[in-house]
Design a protein around this ligand. Structure first.
Ligand code: ADP
Length: 245
């Protein structure tokens, strides 16, 4: 496997406080990775740096071993194939589920096709596949506004996948979900990894366990431990700083 993303010695301060402190981290192409850590550990700032929302003071962020992401803004990172799902779902509430996906398809013509209810067979097939992937096949013609919170999160993931990102960054998808939705979300993300690289920031440990992937524990802006959830949860430093024991 090749390296998709490599952060090397990245530091970012806010008013003299190092939110990210000499952070080094690599993610393989197609990998599913969970990033955990207490509040203030630097998880959001790390995502902001990867997507070009925030520039680090020092260090390197390499994309596919070639492109320096520290020189690229958010629009540029999206063009490179980096998709970001923020915590709150953002969907077009007054459009149907399938039209939400259609509007997100990369091809600009799909917007007009959707507005005029003319869709190519290719786009229809792609929408069908995406709805299957995000478990919304039975809700194809429902209004997005009528979906549950969890279903809206899946729809937004589907909309991001419609743009065929190489890397998908997902911020706390399980927040506010029922237990059943949480488990389905883990299944969904496991299903899209491989074709896409997926980095998930999450607090819910049942969800992280269900992801069954490599876990990175952030603390004070750097990596405290990395490995399976069992491995990192047995680490004394992690137990002390993360679990507060
Ligand atoms: P997490 O997402 O793990 O909770 P954050 O990346 O949001 O952590 O924050 C890490 C630290 O950096 C926190 O102490 C936070 O207060 C600080 N921080 C983040 N962004 C800013 C900002 N724009 N201005 C000042 N401090 C910030």
């Amino acid at each position: 496997m090749s390296i998709q993303l490599a952060l090397d010695g990245v530091t970012r301060s806010f008013d003299g406080f190092k939110a990210i402190n000499n952070l080094s981290l690599t993610v393989e192409k197609g990998e599913l990775r969970a990033v955990i850590g207490p509040n203030g550990a630097g998880k959001t700032t790390m995502m902001d740096i990867i997507t070009g929302k925030t520039r680090p003071d020092s260090g390197e962020v390499l994309w596919n071993q070639t492109v320096d992401l520290t020189r690229i803004d958010e629009a540029g990172s999206a063009r490179l194939g980096i998709g970001r799902k923020f915590q709150k779902p953002t969907v077009f509430e007054t459009q149907t589920v399938e039209d939400n996906i259609a509007l997100a398809l990369k091809d600009d013509r799909s917007v007009w096709a959707t507005l005029f209810h003319r869709r190519s067979t290719e786009d229809t097939a792609r929408i069908t596949d995406l709805l299957e992937l995000v478990k919304l096949t039975d809700h194809r013609t429902d209004m997005a506004g009528d979906l549950s919170h969890g279903q809206k999160q899946w729809l937004e993931i589907g909309m991001l996948l419609a743009q065929d990102p190489e890397l998908l960054l997902v911020d706390e998808p399980a927040a506010g979900m029922t237990d059943a939705e949480t488990m389905r979300t883990a299944e969904l993300l496991r299903g899209i990894a491989g074709k896409h690289t997926v980095v998930v920031v999450e607090h819910d440990m049942d969800f992280v366990r269900a992801l069954n992937c490599r876990v990175t524990v952030l603390h004070q802006g750097h990596v405290l431990a990395e490995g399976s959830l069992d491995h990192v949860s047995a680490n004394d430093e992690v137990i002390e700083v993360y679990l507060g024991r």
